[in-house]
Design a binder for this molecule. Structure first.
Ligand code: HEC
Ligand code: HEC
Length: 400
């Protein structure tokens, strides 16, 4: 099955033991409810930041995240108090108050910067939970944007519309968007739930959404599970009437979700099309087109056009027409002029996940274990393909 695709996700998960410990030690901090004008919860959150979280971040993370590099200055500010304001307000969000353990700050792992030690992550998680407690009650912040809980229909063989491969169309009418749907095909994995064709289908009002977060409700009544890497944290989609947009590359593997359990999807924002908000890609980040076009041309373009490891293995062989074109449009992949290459690069970019490269639709689709896609690489060919294309994706990630 798809186990090999998703095994690497475990690297970013915090040990469950560490999390349990944190909740036990949650109530011991000094609480300042004196003359500060703060609620007890707000004071506890501020103390946890100053005593536990800020020291860790100052030692390990401030050097690069204080504004010395553009776009990632979530620790800007002259002191701890200013930095707390900055990190809580930063977009795309690195703190997730709805599902604290999924916060990007905790799941980021080793990158240009170091990974957090388990003990450091626990300290920071403790702080985020206190910030969550300090939030106003939901009645004061407006309605919760969450779909009904439902058991996904599972595809066991073939592709839609085969009787063995039903689609899921979650109606968004009750959330204020009559006729709009969230669409996907689900497969069961030993370790979780795999979705493809993940997209939103706008109706007459069009659709604007921010930050979809998948949750799973274990049948045994144990604690709700959230997407462990909160992969869609920076997704914003602004779709005009009757348009379909894929979410985060259209594919996602949710580790730890049981296929027979109910799921729901939370949204940070969900409303009608916003004429002033600009077009919105549904990519694994804030959308927008390719910025590292030179790298795309050098490292990736040919891999989509010509065969990798044998005749007939090229993506362009199918993705210039029919269903394959609607799934990922490679029109212009053979072009030599920048404006046309930019268009096709933008198309491919909607199918990459910069948060977790291995979760990119372009890799999951052609993985040897994917039973839905008409073409599969061998494991070795997939590696060759990734080695080239990842050079470009990594360039996109750091492009200003
Ligand atoms: C040597 C510089 C450096 C240090 C030190 C550093 N980072 Fe980063 N960080 C980066 C760069 C560059 C990016 C943007 C590219 C990327 O996302 O990998 C980034 C991005 C991030 C993001 C953005 C969210 C995302 O996934 O896109 C998070 C969260 C993050 N770092 C957390 C941390 C934490 C936590 C620490 C301290 C333990 C840390 N960083 C230390 C360089 C650094
Ligand atoms: C033999 C024809 C064929 C080849 C070769 C092919 N594809 Fe596809 N691909 C399709 C078809 C058909 C679909 C639409 C499937 C559907 O409607 O469910 C598709 C869908 C996709 C999707 C969307 C998956 C989803 O449902 O969200 C991605 C991404 C994709 N292909 C990537 C690739 C890449 C990358 C390559 C080259 C490595 C490739 N394809 C090669 C036929 C092909």
């Amino acid at each position: 099955m798809l186990e090999t695709l998703v095994r690497q996700l475990n690297m970013v998960r915090l040990s469950v033991g560490a999390l349990a410990l944190v909740s036990l030690v949650g109530c011991t901090g000094l609480i300042d409810d004196g003359n500060t004008g703060l609620t007890k919860e707000e004071a506890a959150a501020r103390n946890a930041w100053i005593n536990s979280a800020a020291p860790v971040l100052t030692t390990n993370c401030v050097a690069c995240h204080n504004g010395s590099r553009p776009m990632i200055e979530f620790l800007s500010g002259a002191d701890d108090i200013e930095r707390r304001t900055a990190i809580l307000a930063f977009t795309p969000a690195v703190i997730n108050l709805e599902a604290p353990a999924s916060s990007r700050l905790l799941t980021k792992g080793v990158h240009d910067g170091p990974a957090l030690l388990a003990s450091e992550a626990s300290d920071i998680l403790e702080w985020i939970k206190k910030e969550k407690d300090a939030q106003p009650a939901p009645e004061e912040t407006g309605p919760t944007l969450e779909t009904v809980q439902f058991t996904p229909l599972i595809c066991t063989a073939g592709t839609p519309p085969a009787a063995t491969c039903p689609v899921n169309d979650v109606d968004l009418t009750d959330l204020g968007l009559p006729g709009a749907k969230l669409h996907f095909v689900a497969q069961a994995l030993g370790s979780g739930l795999y979705l493809n064709q993940l997209s939103v289908i706008a109706a007459a009002d069009g659709l604007y959404l921010e930050h979809p977060l998948f949750a799973s409700y274990p049948a045994d009544g144990s604690e709700t599970r959230f997407d462990t890497i909160d992969r869609f944290f920076n997704v914003k989609i602004n779709a005009m009437a009757n348009v379909t947009e894929s979410i985060g590359g259209g594919t996602a593997a949710f580790i730890g979700f049981t296929a027979t359990d109910k799921i729901s999807i939370h949204f940070k924002a969900l409303k009608a099309f916003q004429p002033d908000a600009g077009g919105g890609g549904g990519g694994g980040d804030t959308g927008g087109g390719c910025k590292a076009l030179a790298s795309f041309k050098t490292n990736a373009q040919a891999l989509f056009r010509t065969a990798v490891g044998g005749a007939g293995n090229n993506c362009a062989g199918c993705h210039l027409a029919g269903n394959a074109l609607s799934a990922m449009n490679l029109t212009g992949i053979a072009a030599t002029d920048d404006p046309t290459i930019q268009t096709v690069c933008n198309q491919i970019r909607t199918r990459i996940n910069t948060t977790d490269l291995n979760q990119s639709g372009i890799y999951l689709a052609a993985d040897p274990a994917n039973m839905n896609h008409p073409f599969k690489f061998t494991a070795a060919q997939l590696t060759t393909f990734k080695n080239g294309v990842n050079v470009w994706i990594n360039a996109e990630k750091v492009a200003p």
